[in-house]
Design a protein around this ligand. Structure first.
Ligand SMILES: *[C@@H]1O[C@H](CO)[C@@H](O)[C@H](O)[C@H]1NC(C)=O
Length: 583
């Protein structure tokens, strides 16, 4: 028979390398998978993923570390100290100044999926059985008492025990899931170094949980899943105003302020956080805003321009210019109650009021230099077959207020409000700005599968604008058909992030935006990165646990075998010595 120590040694020889390899992969997956923020499309090598990867890698390798744009630009400036002249930028940083890590639908589960949650004890039938046995309950006869006690025994075996096992399983599952999500966030954040982070709604898994459970999930969200991050403070989350003040700057030397933005989570309200229009009450919105930040606001970041470009900007001395200082406007929008019927019309009015303010405080479409990143939860309308989810609406029964109960997409009308209102796009080529509207991009979540599409209107179709309607294609198809950038088909791209949940592969979206001073326009590109399903996480950690257990047990087994051998040894030793003496 093989001895336990030998068995352990052999098993560990196999297990330890496997556990190390799997764990290294899991905890450094973006490094192995080549994940990186896309680079600005200048220079010949920019389109290659490897160059974006290299650009990310050098931020982690001291002697390759890029200089910040300010340092790189001012290396010839007179105030630079002589010491730094000796180290010119070997490779100046080519990273985009705006890098948004976009995560979709973490949907933290909790009590509502644990069978034992609403029970007074884990084994209520055992308690009942005991009470009946000690005559603590009223029963008409002994026969009935025994009959019900037998019932209790059956229920104990066929209800309490399975429920308890399932509850334990669910709790372990939830804890593992929190760590899995936290791995996605932490690893991606560490490796890709975003300037901003957003979670595109459905932070928690149900809008119908009570306040205590909402609080508990909120704490798990901040203390485990997104540990080290913070919400956008209410005083920073601004209402759109005409004389707004800037939130901050992009592309500058890292300082306290830019580092704060790297830590902040721009949380979007989703249907599982506050409910659809038929569920959305003042109380649900209040507890969300208290825990996760405001539901509607804007952030405006300005990008400093080069000295050469500065004089071309619209100013008192340059009144004919159509160039505004480059600005990136992030609009965070709760689009849960755009469609009707809404249970609380005041909240719906507030949402529409906010959208109107966003529109009236936008620059006129004739000006260039601003870019609107819209962060919201429910995707825009698309006919069946474009993405996985088709159009779908469901309403509550009359006794529940007849409100909107569920929707896969916004209605066509609400979507048109985005395209024609916020983005100012139009089917009329003779309208303001030729109907090309304001540049930008829409990000959302909700459908879990993810989708990348282009919404556009064909300005050469039919007799006039009345014949033209909004069309949508998958982004790749639209590119193949040469629609984006086509002067006759103005439009906007919509990126629906695939969920970061385990069964969808722990996806993360990477949006880069940069400014092209030659054409005075913002440009952008997306990439995605996926760790793999939660099964890999579980496999790795179970193997790790077994390996650690084995490592602890191995010396115990060796010592135990040695002492067992020593107990039998004296006889053998004696005879051996005897032999030696004889010899
Ligand atoms: C726009 O409409 C015109 C006229 O019907 C058509 O020739 C063209 O292919 C359409 N373009 C797109 C992108 O669908």
């Amino acid at each position: 028979m093989i001895s336990p120590a030998v068995f352990l040694r052999k098993a560990l020889r196999l297990l330890v390398p496997l556990a190390v390899i799997l764990s290294s992969y899991l905890y450094y997956y973006p490094v192995f998978l080549g994940c990186a923020f896309p680079l600005p499309d200048k220079g010949p090598a920019a389109s290659e993923g490897s160059s974006a990867y290299f650009e990310t890698l050098r931020q982690h390798v001291p002697f390759l570390a890029p200089l910040s744009p300010i340092e790189a630009n001012s290396s010839t400036a007179p105030d630079t100290d002589p010491g730094s002249e000796a180290t010119p930028p070997l490779f100046p940083s080519r990273q985009a100044p705006f890098r948004l890590l976009a995560l979709g639908d973490p949907q933290l589960e909790g009590d509502s999926s644990i069978p034992n949650t609403y029970k007074s004890s884990p084994f209520p039938h055992l308690v009942k059985l005991w009470k009946r046995a000690i005559f603590k309950t009223q029963m008409p006869s002994l026969r009935q008492r025994v009959r019900w006690m037998l019932h209790d025994i059956v229920d104990f075996y066929f209800e309490d025990i399975p429920d308890t096992i399932e509850s334990i399983r669910k709790r372990i599952d939830h804890a593992g899931n929190d760590f899995y999500l936290s791995l996605v966030y932490k690893t991606m954040h560490w490796w890709t170094k975003p300037t901003h982070v957003t979670v595109l709604g459905d932070l928690v898994g149900s809008q119908w949980i009570d306040d205590a459970e909402f609080e508990r999930r909120g704490k798990r969200y901040w203390n485990t899943v997104f540990e080290g991050s913070e919400k956008v403070p209410h005083e920073v989350a601004a209402e759109p105003e005409n004389d707004y003040s800037l939130t901050g700057f992009l592309g500058i030397q890292p300082n306290n302020e830019t580092e704060t933005w790297e830590r902040r989570l721009i949380n979007v309200a989703g249907n599982h956080d506050i409910g659809y229009a038929g569920d959305l009450t003042v109380e649900r919105l209040e507890r969300f805003e208290k825990m996760f930040g405001k539901a509607n606001y804007e952030l405006r970041f300005e990008l400093p321009v080069s000295e050469a470009a500065a004089p071309t900007i619209l100013s008192g001395t340059n009144e004919d210019s159509d160039r505004l200082p480059p600005e990136l406007r992030i609009v965070v929008l709760n689009n849960m109650n755009l469609d009707t019927p809404a249970i609380c019309s005041e909240l719906q009015d507030a949402t529409y009021g906010f959208i109107n303010k966003v529109i009236t405080t936008s620059t006129a479409v004739e000006y260039k230099g601003h870019f609107t990143v819209l962060l919201t939860h429910i995707p825009l309308y698309k006919p069946e077959g474009v993405c996985i989810d088709g159009p779908f609406f469901e309403f509550f029964e009359e006794d529940m207020g007849s409100g909107l109960k569920e929707q896969n997409q916004l209605s066509e009308d609400a979507s048109r409000g985005f395209l024609e209102g916020i983005y100012g796009l139009s089917g009329n080529p003779y309208g303001p700005g030729k109907g090309h509207g304001r540049p930008g991009v829409i990000l959302n979540g909700h459908d879990h599968e993810g989708c990348d599409t282009y919404h556009f209107v064909n300005q050469s179709f039919g007799e006039g604008p009345q014949d033209r309607s909004w069309e949508v294609k998958r982004w790749r198809q639209a590119k193949r058909d040469d629609i984006p950038g086509n002067a006759n088909s103005p439009g906007v791209r919509e990126f629906t992030a695939r969920s970061m949940m385990g069964n969808f592969g722990g996806y993360a979206g990477l949006l880069s935006a940069w400014f092209d001073e030659d054409v005075w326009e913002w440009k952008y590109e997306f990439a995605t990165c996926s760790v793999g399903t939660h099964n890999l996480w579980w496999l790795t950690h179970v193997l790790d646990l077994i390996a650690i257990g084995g490592i602890i047990l191995y010396p115990v087994a060796v010592i135990w075998e040695a002492s067992a051998a020593a107990k039998q040894a004296p006889v053998a030793h004696a005879s051996k010595k005897g032999n030696e003496v004889k010899a």
